[in-house]
Design a protein around this ligand. Structure first.
Ligand SMILES: C[S@@+](CC[C@H](N)C(=O)[O-])C[C@H]1O[C@@H](n2cnc3c(N)ncnc32)[C@H](O)[C@@H]1O
Length: 262
């Protein structure tokens, strides 16, 4: 199976050409017919290079071996190994969850499927514009737009106690290929999530979001610093060096608005 389109799109980030991506996705679907040695008809050199790199990518291979839905699982695994943001019993809101690799990681780390009977059982709620195939231990709200107030209302209803301990966002808008525009749109997605944090995130909670570096990154970092005790930027090894992708990790949420029910 080739990488789901959502993963491919976000891996490329701003500067990616959507037209090429369509072709790349088609190429991925055909990959069993075109080995890395052959340069199929109709493929440009850039597309061929992308596909070759993808097929050689150790994280793509590891994702297949470990049955993760997408290579991005390794980004969250690394962030978690370094900063211990997920532990048994926590409630996780995974925004931009399709196809579900981060949710797979979260389910295991917070024990949402109850696999470890001796540990507290956590909860994972994934939300995406795209349909997400069911995953044991996770609840999915899809298709749903995180920027829609009705989605946030539903999220609050579904989360035990109405709040999450950890908000993850690997959300990415469809790349237009115009770097600054794509950057602005992703920052705006992160900001809208931060806007609802007072109603959704438990005090002391964690916020991890994907960004594409650009002119508005500092503004978002400042907002995080106002509301969380610790903030840092993280560039996991699975995030391609040539990509402007960088994750912002904020811990110890301080700002509270509205009643905390638990
Ligand atoms: C890189 S993919 C996420 C991959 C996911 N973390 C995983 O590991 O499987 C980015 C996702 O963000 C979603 N997305 C973008 N804008 C969104 C929005 N406003 N609300 C919900 N999901 C959104 C896209 O549909 C896409 O599936």
């Amino acid at each position: 199976m080739g990488a789901p389109a959502a993963c491919v799109r976000a891996e490329e980030g701003p500067g990616a050409r959507p037209r090429s991506l369509k072709l790349v996705c088609a190429s991925l679907r055909r990959q069993r017919f075109h080995t890395s040695g052959s340069h199929s008809k109709g493929q440009t050199a850039a597309e061929h290079l992308w596909l070759t790199r993808h097929l050689r990518d150790p994280f793509v291979k590891a994702a297949k071996v470990e049955s993760y839905r997408c290579r991005s699982a390794f980004k969250l695994l690394e962030v978690n190994d370094r900063h211990q943001i997920l532990r048994p019993g926590l409630r996780v809101l995974d925004c931009g969850a399709a196809p579900g690799a981060w949710s797979q990681v979260a389910v295991r780390r917070v024990n949402a499927a109850g696999a470890d009977p001796s540990a507290p059982v956590g909860f994972v709620l994934g939300v995406d514009l795209l349909h997400i195939f069911p995953l044991e231990g996770a609840t999915f709200l899809s298709p749903a737009d995180v920027t829609d107030p009705r989605t946030i209302q539903r999220v609050r209803e579904l989360l035990p106690g109405g709040r999450a301990d950890v908000i993850l966002s690997d959300m990415a808008p469809n790349a237009t290929g115009i770097r600054s525009l794509d950057h602005d749109r992703l920052i705006s997605l992160c900001s809208s999530l931060l806007d609802v944090a007072p109603d959704v995130l438990h005090p002391g909670g964690t916020f991890l979001c994907k960004t594409w570096a650009g002119s508005q990154s500092l503004g978002l970092q400042k907002r995080l610093a106002e509301q969380f005790q610790n903030t840092r930027t993280v560039k996991p090894r699975a995030s391609r060096k040539e990509s402007s992708e960088v994750y912002l990790l904020a811990t110890q949420y301080q700002r509270v608005k509205g009643p905390v029910e638990d």
